[in-house]
Structures are given as C-alpha cells and as structure tokens.
Write a protein that binds this ligand. Sequence first.
Ligand SMILES: NC(=O)c1ccc[n+]([C@@H]2O[C@H](COP(=O)([O-])OP(=O)(O)OC[C@H]3O[C@@H](n4cnc5c(N)ncnc54)[C@H](O)[C@@H]3O)[C@@H](O)[C@H]2O)c1
Length: 295
Amino acid sequence: MSIKNIMVVGAGLMGSGISQIAAGAGYQVIINDVKDELVEKGLTAISQNLDRQVKKEKIAAADKDAILAKITKSASLDDARKADFVIEAAFEDFAVKKSIFEKLDGICPAGVIFASNTSSIPISSLATTVKRPDKFIGMHFFSPVPVMKLVEVIPGLKTSPETVRLTEELAASLKKETVRVKDVPGFLVNRINAAFRAEVFNCLLEGVATLEDIDKAVKLGLNHPMGPFELNDAVGIDIGLNVFRTLYDGYKDTKFRPPLVMEKMVQSGDLGKKTGKGWYDYTSGEKKPRKDLNF
Ligand SMILES: NC(=O)c1ccc[n+]([C@@H]2O[C@H](COP(=O)([O-])OP(=O)(O)OC[C@H]3O[C@@H](n4cnc5c(N)ncnc54)[C@H](O)[C@@H]3O)[C@@H](O)[C@H]2O)c1
C-alpha cells in the first residue's frame, strides 16, 4: 500500500509538529481539529516554526511555501475519506480518542491504518474502538516533533506485522528513528525517564543539592540538553505528574509514586512556563530562580 495522504487529527503542539514534518517529507497532509480557529492556530505554529528554520538557513523561503502548500485544513473528520494513513494527536482522554476513532472507522476505507500518538493510554484498549484492531498502532513522537529524532512504534495485542512494517517505513520516510516497544505503561522512554526523575525529586527533598544545581549537574555531568526541572517546566508540571500517575497505576511500584512536591505545585496552579511560574519564575521574560517555595 502506498501512502500519499496523511490525516493528522488534533492541531495542537504535537499535531502541528507531525503535520509539519509530514508535509516536509513530501506527503499531502490534512490537518484536522474541532474548529477552524484551532486548525488556523496549528498552521500559524507551523508557519512560525518554518520561519525560524528559514532564518537559520536550514531551509529556503521557497521550501516554506512548498511545505505549507502541501497542508490542507480540515474541521471535519469526514475529510479522512481522502487519507491513506491517520495519525491521531488529540487530547489525552480515552473518551475523546474513542469518539474520534469510532467516527474514523466508519469514514476511512478498511485498509487505512490508524496510529495514535497517545503517551499513556494502552494501544490495545484504544484498538477496541475500531473494527480493524490489526490496523491500529501506537506512534509516539517526542516534543518538539521537528527536532526530536525518535518515534516509539507500539503494536497492540492484535496489530498485524504488516501494520508495524508500514508504520516503521512511514516513520523512516519522516526522517525519524524508530524503536519497537511493547504496549506497557509509559512505553519505554517515559518509563525510564520517570525512574530517573523520581530520584531527582528524592535528591531535591533530601537537600542533596539545590534545584538549580541538580539541573546544572544533569546538564554538565550527564550531557542532557536541559535539566529535569527546566524540562518539567517546559512540558508542564501537570503533564509530568500524569506520567507518574500512569506508571504508578500500571505497575503499582512505589518507585513511580507521584512525588508529593509535584502534586503541591499542581495544586498551587504553578504548572511551568505556560502559567509563568513553575520550578523557575518566567514572569520577567527570563528564567529566574524562585525564593518563595517551601518544599
Ligand atoms: N506534549 C507532549 O510533549 C507530547 C509528547 C508525546 C505525545 N503526546 C500526546 O499527543 C497528544 C496531543 O498532545 P498535545 O501536547 O499536542 O496536546 P494539545 O492540547 O497541544 O493539542 C491537542 C489538540 O487536539 C484537539 N482536539 C481535541 N479533541 C479533538 C477532536 N475530537 N478532534 C480533533 N481534534 C481534537 C484540541 O483542540 C487540540 O488542538 C496527546 O495524546 C498527548 O498525550 C504529547
């Protein structure tokens, strides 16, 4: 089966990134969200991202226009009729995803593969929402999608080898590296990273080093591009907390117990960069240490 048209459902952070790289790789992309304004918002994010690449001379201005010309806007799932492959990147909510896949199942020809970018919902349970569980798969991208090289390919219990092969081929054509991962809580990267971050919080609460020095140590000693607190602020403390919850629910292993200090931050409404304050204070436009937190 040859894939030419890709539908991306959800035009948020991940969906816009996935649409951008798919159009950049030469696919015709249909970018879908529930409202025209949200589709526009996704396209504006893509356009701004491409502008930055033009400025850095990574692509020519004409490439930007060519990429944007490959993207069609959609505020109706009916447009999935034209798609050969669907990647879903809507809200991380089973009911939302279920309603999307049930509709898509009635709209798309039987051969079309459905991939979900879910971070935490089991692929095998999402696959129950369609009559084609053999053509259902997890395709877990990382943020920011145009930068991060990895895609976790997650077959569910009933995913066919052909679906896995086509998904891996598609990811390679999007210039991503793949790892094949079992359908377990947190998949691979988030599971490993949560165990690491649990230790980061232990060190913070034991006063082994300051928050700023933990970030510094991880960057300079482990060569991570960002410190764990900087990264947590960029991703959202609430999102990071949900990863712990998924892993703790899934494995019942205390190593994944959601750190109480994260719970406190979320309760206080400081969720990271998106609210202006998280582990650091961004309200001045720059990242500043906070002096007002009592852990
Ligand atoms: N943010 C990350 O770092 C990250 C990384 C990997 C995977 N994910 C997963 O990717 C998915 C999307 O995450 P995000 O960060 O882009 O979220 P987001 O909130 O930025 O975007 C989600 C988009 O989905 C849209 N949407 C909601 N219901 C819809 C529907 N019925 N039909 C079409 N669109 C709908 C929303 O309007 C929104 O624009 C989630 O499943 C998340 O777990 C996120």
